[in-house]
Ligand binder design. Structure first.
Ligand code: F0G
Length: 365
């Protein structure tokens, strides 16, 4: 009855069920950004804006599948640890499925829009005096004791849904450009999405739908203050060292222990991709540039564009490349960061002439 057949569920052949608890999700735009494309100087740049999903982030693609599986298993309580977006998605899909939901958040480190969503959709919100990584440790223990069904990206069914990002990118890019992109640049936190993209492309090659040489280079971006994956890639390590202290304006990816690293590191390496860390200033600059072309994203999402800029400046990415940047969450997720990055409102008198005078004074020309 809820089945829509659009978006994520259009790809049900690649999913464990025919239909799910849907709002519906997926089918997000692949934007052209001509000014940014010219500035960065690549052959083609497109923005896959996952902030256009029902709860404003790519997490919906995983939740529609994960909550469907939870229904099939017959669990009583859903739970996740979250930097915010997973909790908003779980709360909404849990509400849709009429299941109890519990979310554990790092106290004081989750953007306002995300907490508001989890709250209104009726999740029980537990604010933990610790980082996201501690929250995830606890949720794993709760799940291990049979107290809750875990819906973090450690749950493989979440990643099944998120594979559809890769399928849509390949279809949409080919329709626009008549070929596949050379590279996909995405922000990395727990590295679930990175792992999901890699699985998507491996399955496409195995099915004979694309050639090995068509697989885009998966390129991860982290914030300098929480970059354990970048460290592992740069040092050539097979394991990722857990960072206990993490900090960044991009709170969505404020993660020191990327639990999907064993699945994500091979994805970056075997596709010929790389990983790069960017500063908070570079993230905010990229957020402004995207907003300047009408694409409103939260800081973690802008990290993808900041990473592209940096790798292009370093010559790691050539001017002949066709690149897709993934923007994972909507601007309104973090209204405080957006207001901080943007222009301040100007107080004016309640009078047309005074306002006109004020406008003329403020014009630079
Ligand atoms: N971008 C946004 C906006 C996110 O919310 C997240 C993860 C990521 C990127 C990173 O994705 O973990 O698959 O590498 N947010 C999770 C959450 C951790 O709890 O909402 P990843």
């Amino acid at each position: 009855d809820d089945f829509d057949g659009e978006g994520v569920w259009r790809y049900s052949d690649a999913l464990p069920f025919e239909e799910g608890v849907t709002l519906p999700e997926g089918h997000t735009p692949l934007h052209r950004v001509p000014r940014l494309e010219a500035e960065v100087d690549v052959d083609a740049l497109r923005i896959k804006h996952e902030g256009m999903n029902p709860t404003g982030s790519f997490k919906d693609r995983g939740m529609t599948v994960g909550v469907r599986v939870a229904q099939a298993v017959g669990v009583d309580r859903l739970a996740c640890a979250s930097t915010g977006n997973t909790s908003a998605a779980l709360a909404a899909y849990g509400a849709r499925a009429d299941l109890e939901t519990l979310v554990l958040l790092p106290a004081g480190k989750v953007a306002a829009g995300k907490v508001a969503q989890a709250s209104l959709h009726g999740a029980r919100i537990l604010e933990v005096d610790g980082n996201f990584d501690s929250c995830l440790d606890i949720v794993q223990e709760l799940a291990g004791r049979g107290e809750a069904y875990l819906l973090n990206s450690l749950n493989p069914f979440r990643l099944e849904g998120q594979k559809t990002i890769g399928l849509e990118i390949m279809e949409q890019f080919a329709a626009d450009y008549d070929d596949y992109p050379d590279r996909i640049v995405l922000p990395v936190g727990n590295a679930g999405n990175t792992a999901a993209l890699y699985k998507c492309f491996r399955e496409l090659v195995a099915a004979g739908a694309i050639d090995e040489s068509d697989v885009p280079k998966i390129t991860g971006v982290q914030a300098e203050g929480s970059a354990p994956m970048v460290e592992a890639i740069e040092e050539g390590n097979d394991e990722v060292r857990r960072w206990d202290e993490v900090e960044t304006i991009a709170t969505a990816i404020r993660i020191g222990n990327p639990v999907n690293a064993p699945k994500a590191l091979p994805g970056i390496r075997e596709t010929g991709g790389t990983a790069v860390a960017v500063s908070d200033e570079e993230i905010t600059d990229a957020q402004r540039s995207l907003a300047g072309e009408g694409v409103g994203v939260e800081p973690a999402s802008a990290a993808s564009v900041a990473g592209l800029r940096k790798l292009r400046a370093q010559g790691e990415i050539g001017s002949d490349e066709r690149v897709v940047c993934l923007t994972t969450g909507h601007l309104l997720k973090d209204p405080d960061a957006a207001a901080e990055a943007g222009a301040d409102p100007e107080p004016v008198p309640n009078d047309t002439d005074a306002i006109l005078e004020h406008i003329d004074e403020g014009s630079s020309v």
